[in-house]
Write a protein of this length. Structure first.
Lengths: 603, 640
């Protein structure tokens, strides 16, 4: 990265992560650093004056004035500082919350293709772990804080120490030697820190360690893998694996630390030599009567503070550059565009619900894959039709649904709604004509009414009607708080625990509430027992009424109530027809699937 | 319910916890212990020299001593300072790194304990939260790390007491009045902070609840499976609104905290103001009266300014020890959590040669906190080499039976015997060697394929056997195509060169793993729920193959899959409701027949299935669903 790039990224980070995200915190942080640095110089300055005044036997009033000034100023500044720190500490939570919510916003804004893209998922996981390790936001703040504090220190030290360099009692040579000493010590410090950082770099990646550790403890603490661990006697293997990894890391750290400790020697020695030199100069000058007793301590403190401020700034620069590298990756995630073409046409809200959908020679390949998930698919269906889609795992059934409701766009061919390419419609409006119950549907742990309405506000009467229709009515009437009841316990701990079958019904009610002309169901019965499965089958038909319905299932049984069955095999539609026709084609795929299942029920 | 204010009594005292932690440190890294002891006098010495040095310079200059004398004095002190600083810095770096060893040893003890816990305990809520807190004690969180901190603070108390004594002695030279005054001041500060903490604590309840809600809302958009629903149902606005409401509420609470936090610290500052003002006044008056010289003034004042830190340090360290102590208690309690194990009279070796007989004799089991038994006096026998299927509705207790048979749970009453030997006669880990399970919930972890198959390190995996099992499960081709073969790691998140398996492949891998284990009892817990008909049919055949010469228990709610079993047990309400072969059960015309017809009516040619089931009997509105099974009804009624 060039210096220019570093600056650009840093500028963006400051703008987006400090200024826009939470101004209050940033301001408090800068003030905290500034005040923190300034406060230290007040007693340094005034105690010098006080000591001199004492030594020179000034009148009591002067002494009192100095004491009052020192104590009062320190008190006032500290009070201010304390307030700033309180504000900072407490708005700190906000900034981390906002950062986290940034991921959530991004997840909702990305196209679905990016959500399912494992590369994007890994990128997000990686930057989140990096942020947890301290990179990005935390280091950015720490750096800004450090720079503010140290620059303040440098300025204050220079202000107090400048008179030292114009003292006539100190020879030019000594002055130059002092200055040279400061820079030499600084240079040695920089070199040693660099070496010591190099020793450490590249051998261990803290982010990797964190990722591994998290995956490991997830595995060990999971109920499911808990069974595996015990029954497959994996305890020794796992313990050894963790032990080896962490112990290696530890031993390595100890080894490196010893070397790093040695590398601090030159710095410490030089620093003390410098300090002694300054003392010596000042003592000579003081004995000669050139400077006052009190100012000795003042000058020494200021020169040493100046040195340490410079050292810290120098030490922070590599971190600054390193963090910029991480920030680059961080922003690369937030810069992922949503590439879905978004048209502007409005979808006609037809009272007669007269819609027609056509797949015209549609082919689709998931990003970064070679094989087509769908190949030359042609299919037409009209309003009111009940279409079933069957096929083996990986035959393209779910992909078909995903294309239909524009979670993905086809690679070739087009999908038409009433003769118009669906990409030309306004995205949100187009989606609004579909009610979908996916196999892995999600019900959030909010109020039942909200869940059914998929929004903060809901029409309680309509919610009840939809739940009734979805066969949840009986249970619903038992709920004392009705639509205000929270589902599960994730959000509200008094929430209602429901079974998989009940969840299924609520998901169906949600689809009904939307009152969309198309209703799509993707394998809703896989995890249900026979009775619940049966209920879903029968209900589906009663509910979908005059709506267009697409039904995906492994259970061919469920196809029998559909007007039309499309059989998918390896991304193509191999058969279309009614159950009775298809089952008669004995060399067809449908027959094969049917027999595989029906054989068990033949007897 | 009566709300009783019960104070939780810690299982160990803070003092005992410090000793325990120091003991662990000494055990794992004795050198760190020595270093920490050495650091105490070093740090106090350096701090004293730090305030002594300016006084020395002042005295040298004001007393008009000879230049060389002053320079020597200052040089000598500085040399000591240099030495001290150097030692402190290097020793601290080394000690900091070495403490990592101690931390990892303790962490490892916790991990080991989690791994070795009896599964039934492992599932218990109370044990889970104990484990979570024990882990928390070993981890860095909000800038604290209890197991390291408690040691550090233990030594901190010693150091601060020593510092208090030494600096106190110096100050009492100035005036004996100062010592009690300076000791009281920090205690007032402490009191102010306490008041604030208590105030905050009282409001913490609503805050943690708010935090939990915020965390929950925040986690939703990132869920992979929620992505579809959020888009189709345009839920982002909904989530955003809830988040905003909670965030605002949280911020409002936080702003209130700022005020009180500030006030409690302002009180602190006021005390410092009085202390410093008072100390200055006293010292100046002493100087004016000629009782002390300028250099003494400098020394005493510096000593007074830093004196508070010793008293504060003692209190602070003690407070921290006290707050960490509860977590250390949890850590110790977890490590000492009683292990459940069998008597070890029987050895699995003697049972591995042939398929054993399994008998459940009046087995009852109740989940913790439940009001009813999940299984009540359940008895059944699986004969040698028999294949038995367990069927029943969700929640009938099938999974509980599996867990009992696997030895993951222990019955509350009754016994489970293997060839007449009770389960409890085996050591727990030894008993597990009898069982080859395939569970529905696949957790592959992020290890290499070989390690997953054998549950051992790759070096200890029998490569030949692994390949044979992969071949039997139909996965060898796939594995051979991977560049690293058996050493390929799963999961791309934790492993840069890792690979991912599809659901079907994962299922096959689980099968291969069960084959590798080759135990005499085979347990299959709904392994096909997510498979398509052809794959399902294949897997049944493989299981059938696999179950040769083994005693096997198979669970499914797909009744079709049970037809290769010798016998079917229908579980209802924790009891065996029906038992027999498929044909017998159909003939019986009971619940099994009803369930079977429910599933199979769809597969019958038209008309055949129509008399299968009574829809009204099972609470389904049947009239609208007549496309598939027209007019069914009536005959099944008596079945329900």
């Amino acid at each position: 990265m060039t210096l220019w790039e570093h600056c650009r990224i840093f500028h963006r980070a400051v703008k987006e992560l400090c200024y826009r995200m939470e101004k209050r915190y940033t301001i408090a942080m800068v003030l905290d650093a500034f005040l923190g640095a300034v406060i230290g110089y007040v007693p340094i300055y005034f105690s010098a004056r006080l000591i001199d005044a004492l030594y020179e036997r000034r009148p009591l009033e002067t002494l009192v004035l100095y004491v009052a000034l020192t104590v009062g100023l320190v008190f006032g500044l500290r009070l201010l500082h304390t307030y700033v720190v309180s504000v900072k500490q407490i708005s700190e939570e906000n900034i981390y919350r906002k950062e986290q919510w940034g991921y959530s916003e991004k997840a909702m804004e990305l196209s679905y293709a990016s959500i399912e893209d494992p590369e994007v998922d890994r990128l997000r996981y990686r930057i989140q772990k990096e942020s947890q390790t301290g990179y990005n936001l935390y280091y950015l703040h720490r750096l800004i804080e450090d720079f503010t504090r140290e620059f303040t220190s440098v300025l204050a030290s220079i202000a107090l120490v400048s008179s030292f360099f114009v003292l006539p009692e100190i020879s030019l040579l000594a002055r130059l030697a002092m200055l040279g000493g400061v820079f030499l010590t600084l240079a040695v410090h920089i070199v040693c820190t660099n070496i010591s950082q190099k020793i450490n770099r590249g051998l261990w990646d803290n982010v990797d360690m964190n990722i591994w550790g998290e995956q490991f403890s997830d595995y060990v603490e999971d109920y499911g893998s808990g069974k595996d661990i015990r029954l497959f006697a994996m305890e020794d293997f796992l313990a050894e694996e963790a032990y080896r990894r962490e112990f290696d890391y530890c031993r390595h750290t100890v080894e490196i630390s010893c070397r790093q400790a040695l590398l601090t020697i030159p710095g410490i020695v030089l620093e003390n030599v410098l300090k002694y030199g300054v003392y010596a100069c000042l003592i000579v000058a003081a004995l000669a009567g050139g400077i006052t007793v009190g100012s000795i301590a003042k000058y020494v403190s200021c020169i040493m503070l100046l040195l340490s401020a410079l050292q810290r700034i120098a030490g922070d620069i590599p971190l600054w550059m390193e963090n910029n590298h991480y920030l680059k990756r961080y922003f690369s995630y937030f810069d992922i565009p949503n590439e879905m073409y978004r048209g502007t046409l409005t979808v006609e809200k037809r009272d007669d619900n007269d819609y027609q959908v056509e797949f015209r020679d549609v082919s689709f390949r998931y990003p970064n894959t070679q094989e087509y998930a769908l190949r030359h698919v042609n299919l037409k269906f009209k309003i009111g039709e009940k279409l079933a889609i069957v096929g083996q795992n990986g035959s393209g059934k779910t992909t078909f649904i995903k294309l239909l409701c524009r979670l993905y766009d086809p690679c070739e061919g087009e999908i038409l709604l009433n003769g118009v390419n669906i990409q030309k419609y306004d995205y949100d409006e187009y989606l609004s004509i579909f009610s979908v119950v996916f196999q892995d549907f999600q019900l959030f742990d909010f109020r039942l009414g909200e869940v059914v309405a998929s929004g903060r506000r809901f029409d309680a009467k309509k919610v009840r009607e939809c739940l009734e229709k979805a066969n949840f009515g009986e249970r619903f009437r038992e709920l004392p708080r009705g639509a205000e009841t929270y589902l599960y316990k994730g959000f509200d701990q008094s929430g209602l625990e429901i079974s998989g079958g009940e969840a299924q019904k609520i998901a169906l009610a949600r689809a009904l509430y939307r009152d969309a002309p198309f209703i799509l169901l993707d394998e809703p019965t896989a995890a249900l027992d026979p009775i619940s499965e049966y209920e879903v089958y029968s209900n589906f038909n009663s509910i979908s009424g005059d709506k267009t319905a697409v039904y995906i299932s492994h259970r061919l049984a469920s196809c029998r109530f559909c007007d039309k069955i499309a059989v998918f095999d390896k991304g193509r539609i191999v058969q279309v027809g009614k159950h009775e026709e298809l089952v008669r084609e004995t060399d067809g795929k449908y027959h094969e699937l049917w027999t595989a299942q029906a054989q068990y029920y033949a007897g | 319910m009566q709300k009783e204010k019960q104070k939780v009594k810690p299982t160990h005292s803070s003092f005992s916890n410090v000793l325990w932690a120091v003991g662990q440190l000494k055990k794992y890294t004795p050198s760190t212990f020595v270093i920490m002891v050495l650091l105490i006098p070093l740090e106090i010495g350096v701090q004293y020299l730090g305030i002594y040095l300016p006084a020395l310079v002042v005295s040298g200059v004001t007393a008009g001593e000879h230049l060389l004398q002053v320079l020597l004095g200052v040089g000598g002190t500085m040399f000591l300072l240099l030495l001290g600083n150097f030692l402190i810095q290097t020793l601290s770096i080394i000690q900091g790194a070495q403490q990592g060893i101690y931390r990892y040893e303790v962490t490892n003890t916790v991990t080991r304990k989690t791994l070795d816990l009896f599964y039934q305990d492992f599932e218990k809520k109370e044990v889970r939260s104990l484990e979570a807190r024990a882990t928390r004690a070993t981890e860095m969180w909000d800038g604290s790390q209890p197991i390291q901190d408690i040691v550090r603070n233990g030594f901190g108390i010693l150091r601060n007491i020593l510092g208090y004594l030494i600096f106190g002695t110096v100050i009492s030279f100035a005036s004996p009045w100062l010592l009690p005054l300076l000791t009281v001041a920090p205690i007032v500060n402490l009191w102010a902070v306490r008041v604030y903490d208590r105030w905050e604590y009282a409001r913490r309840g609503s805050r943690t609840d708010l935090e939990r809600r915020l965390n929950y809302v925040q986690s939703l958009p990132g869920r992979l499976s929620a992505g579809k629903d959020i888009r189709i149902y345009s839920m982002s606005q909904w989530l955003r609104e809830i988040y905003q409401e909670l965030f605002t509420e949280n911020d409002r609470l936080n702003r209130k905290l700022v005020k009180y936090n500030f006030l409690s610290h302002a009180a602190d500052l006021l005390v410092i103001l009085l202390r410093d003002g008072g100390a200055y006044a006293l010292l100046i008056s002493m100087y004016l009266r000629g009782e002390i010289t300028v250099d003494r003034f400098v020394l005493y004042f510096a000593a007074i300014s830093s004196f508070a830190s010793w008293v504060g340090g003692v209190i602070d360290c003690w407070n921290r020890i006290h707050s960490d102590s509860l977590l250390i208690c949890d850590l110790r309690d977890f490590i000492d959590y009683p292990q459940q194990d069998g008597s070890g009279e029987a050895r699995s070796e003697d049972f591995r040669k042939e398929a054993p007989e399994i008998v459940f004799d009046k087995v009852s089991f109740r989940y913790e906190g439940a009001s009813e038994d999940t299984l009540h006096e359940l008895s059944f026998t699986i004969h040698k080499g028999e294949k038995v299927a367990l069927v029943g509705m969700n929640g009938a207790g099938k999974t509980t039976i599996v867990k009992l048979l696997c030895g993951l749970y222990r019955p509350d009453s009754g016994t489970i015997t293997i060839n007449g030997v009770p389960q409890s006669a085996f050591y727990r880990k030894d008993y597990y060697r009898l069982i080859s399970p395939v569970f529905q919930d696949v957790r592959m972890g992020f290890f290499s394929l070989g390690e997953i198959l054998s549950g051992k390190r790759l070096e200890d995996t029998d490569q030949e056997r692994a390949k044979r099992c992969l071949a039997d499960a139909g996965l060898l081709e796939k594995v051979n195509a991977l560049p690293e073969g058996l050493a390929t790691k799963l999961g791309k998140k934790a492993n840069k060169n890792g690979t991912e398996f599809s659901g079907g492949e994962a299922q096959k891998l689980m099968l291969a793993r069960a084959l590798y284990k080759d135990a005499p009892i085979l347990v299959l817990d709904e392994p096909t729920a997510a498979l398509d008909p052809i794959a399902e049919s294949q897997i049944y055949q493989e299981y059938n193959q696999m179950a040769q010469n083994k005693t096997s228990l198979f669970i499914s709610h797909r009744l079709a899959s049970t037809s290769f079993c010798d016998r079917i047990l229908l579980i209802q309400d924790g009891k065996i409701a029906e038992e027999g072969s498929h044909k017998e059960l159909i003939r019986l015309g009971g619940t099994y027949q009803m369930l079977f017809e429910t599933q199979s009516c769809w597969y019958q040619e038209d008309g055949k299935g129509s008399d299968g089931v009574s829809a009204s009997g099972i609470g389904v509105n049947w009239e609208d669903a007549d496309t598939g099974a027209a007019g069914s009804g009536g005959a099944g009624k008596e079945a329900v």
